[in-house]
Design a protein around this ligand. Structure first.
Ligand SMILES: [Zn+2]
Ligand SMILES: [Zn+2]
Length: 130
């Protein structure tokens, strides 16, 4: 398994050399603001399967006691959600929108739906245009 991706300007590149174990679509208020969207989608991978280059472009924002969010300092693409508690030890959560390689998850869930916005819920039923 090999997945490639990167930020909008191309300054930060990621490579995932193992399985993307799980997908979380987070509807918490912080993710809505950080991603400027109704929710944020993250892929969970093992530390050793995650390679990142262009790290000099990366900026970090500590959004809560144990959590930092990284983004490209040039184009502002979200890169990672980093939990410094032992809960997340050995794993990385990256912004799935960075992927350039096609990916179909086996395992995914919505979290923090108590703060789900009202304006995105009908997306699946809306008219689609290419
Ligand atoms: Zn960038
Ligand atoms: Zn969140």
């Amino acid at each position: 398994m090999n997945y490639q991706g990167g930020c909008l300007c191309g300054g930060v590149s990621i490579e995932i050399t193992g399985p993307i174990k799980h997908v979380m679509h987070c509807h918490c208020k912080m993710c809505q603001k950080a991603h400027g969207s109704s929710f944020a989608s993250f892929g969970l991978v093992s530390d050793e399967d995650f390679k990142i280059t262009g790290t000099t472009n990366i900026r970090t924002y500590k959004s809560s006691k144990n959590v930092s969010r990284t983004f490209c300092g040039v184009c502002s693409s979200n890169i990672e959600w980093i939990d410094s508690s032992e809960f997340n030890e050995g794993y990385r959560s990256f912004a799935l929108g960075l992927l350039d390689t096609e990916f179909v998850p086996d395992s995914e869930e919505h979290i923090f739906v108590s703060t789900e916005v009202k304006w995105g819920r009908s997306c699946a039923r809306l008219e689609k245009h290419s």
